[in-house]
Design a protein around this ligand. Structure first.
Ligand SMILES: [Zn+2]
Length: 315
């Protein structure tokens, strides 16, 4: 099992960042996820370049997440998309003619802007892959002029929304591979979107299907983690894709560390290709304790590399 850690912290204090990456590497992680928001690359490209390079120098692969681009993906900073703000004509419009604060992925101008942004990142920064974080999909059926032109049958618009979302995500992954054939692609879904696992796993240019198994955030009993996780692991495996299960090691109050341990055991028992979590993420009552628990749990995963060393030395 590989380990991925989301590092949603600033990169501009290199010494601190280096210490953090050393800690992340020491728990056995092989990758980090770093989220970028619109305009950051123009404002502080040197911090980004240096920070992401530091991760790679520490032996960590870097997955970039496009935070809140078009308000279509999740992102650690609660800021709206500049693109959507400046291009209100691209917004999703519901059946009542009301606009929603999210760009419709069927707008060609939005797509080409997004694909171009991604291409620039892949070319300019040390990045090993792209993570599509909680893509917002068919929660609102879009009746904008573009969607209606593409799907003249109004009664079919809802299903069209789903089809075109899968198509859009597939094209996004294809774009990553065109720019860099070695770059990896991953999608992390929310539990309420797990019905999309099969269709997404079938996308030819998608490497990893992941899920945010955030039981506590969704007011569920921790035992639900097994059920959610299983649908991802089995769905991904069916199409020969990698599975990535996320641990909710944030927003926990005292005593919930035990539930964290239970969630981890359920995840590990499913033997996904990857387990993922956060480095010191938000709103824990005792952040230090949650990170120490996370470290202890992750360290309990048998390490492939150590095993490999043993095999080599005994031969
Ligand atoms: Zn639309």
């Amino acid at each position: 099992m590989d380990i991925t850690i989301a590092y949603f912290h600033p990169l501009h204090h290199a010494e601190v960042v280096k210490q953090d990456f050393d800690q992340i590497r020491a728990v056995g992680a092989g990758s980090i996820v770093y989220a970028i928001h619109e305009q950051e690359a123009q404002r502080w490209p040197r911090d980004l370049e240096r920070g992401l390079r530091l991760a790679q120098d520490t032996g960590l692969k870097v997955y970039l997440s496009l935070g809140r681009y078009g308000n279509l993906f999740a992102g650690p900073a609660f800021m709206p998309s500049w693109y959507t703000f400046h291009h209100p004509d691209t917004r999703v419009m519901d059946r009542h003619g009301r606009y929603h604060d999210v760009s419709c992925f069927n707008h060609e101008s939005f797509r080409s802007w997004l694909f171009n942004e991604m291409e620039q990142y892949l070319r300019k920064f040390p990045i090993n892959g792209i993570l599509i974080d909680e893509p917002r999909g068919p929660d609102v059926t879009c009746f904008c002029s573009v969607c209606r032109a593409l799907c003249p049958d109004v009664t079919d618009l809802q299903r069209f929304r789903m089809r075109s979302m899968v198509d859009f995500l597939g094209e996004l992954c294809g774009c990553v591979k065109r720019v860099d054939p070695h770059a990896k692609t991953a999608i992390a879904l929310l539990p309420q979107d797990l019905g999309q696992v099969d269709e997404l796993a079938a996308l030819p240019h998608l490497d990893t299907v992941g899920g945010h198994l955030f039981w506590q955030l969704l007011h569920e009993d921790v035992s639900v983690v097994e059920k959610w996780g299983r649908s991802i692991v089995e769905g991904a495996r069916q199409y020969g894709k990698r599975s990535q299960l996320w641990l909710q090691n944030f927003n926990l109050v005292g005593g919930e560390e035990q539930a964290l341990e239970s969630a981890f055991k359920q995840i590990a028992g499913l033997e996904p290709d990857e387990v993922a979590g956060y480095y010191y993420w938000r709103n824990n009552e005792d952040p230090w304790c949650v990170w120490q628990t996370t470290r202890r749990l992750l360290r309990s995963i048998p390490r492939r590399q150590l095993f490999w060393h043993k095999m080599v030395s005994s031969s």
